[in-house]
Write a protein that binds this ligand. Structure first.
Ligand code: THU
Length: 137
């Protein structure tokens, strides 16, 4: 299967949820759709706030939707925005994604025009803080 066909459903879902983004301050709506290993799809959009730091990213929304139904693993995630080049998740969202992904999980970033960038979780957040750091010596 060609790469783009493999995540056509995620792209469709991410585009649809992006329409619901609440981004009156940045005017930068973002949509995200993730798939669990069981094949379930969850979506999220950015939700901004007049107190700017309280805004949340699309990725965080999709993760929260998954966790709320008992999901615990992201096999793949597709993120889309109207940008000149694919929007990479912010640092905080990389850490949030790392919590629920394996190193080889696919992170697909896309522009509205269809430019796509595919990276693995490990490529996106090398040296992630993880549970091994919590172990005492
Ligand atoms: N944003 C996301 O939702 N996901 C990303 O991957 C990058 C940035 C949001 C946060 C904020 O609402 C807006 O995009 C502009 O930074």
């Amino acid at each position: 299967m060609p790469d783009h066909a493999a995540h056509a459903d995620l792209k469709k879902a991410a585009l649809a949820v992006r329409e619901n983004a609440y981004a009156p301050y940045s005017n930068f709506p973002v949509g995200a759709a993730l798939r669990t290993p069981e094949g379930e799809v969850f979506t999220g959009c950015n939700v901004e706030n007049v107190a700017y730091p309280e805004g949340t990213c699309a990725e965080a929304g999709a993760i929260a939707a998954m966790v709320a139904t008992g999901g615990r693993e992201v096999a793949e995630i597709f993120v889309i925005a109207d940008a000149p080049h694919p929007v990479t998740p912010c640092g905080g969202c990389r850490q949030k994604l790392a919590e629920f992904t394996r190193a080889e999980a696919r992170i697909v970033m896309s522009t509205l025009e269809g430019r796509e960038l595919v990276m693995t979780m490990a490529e996106l957040l090398p040296g992630a803080f993880n549970t091994t750091h919590l172990e005492r010596t």
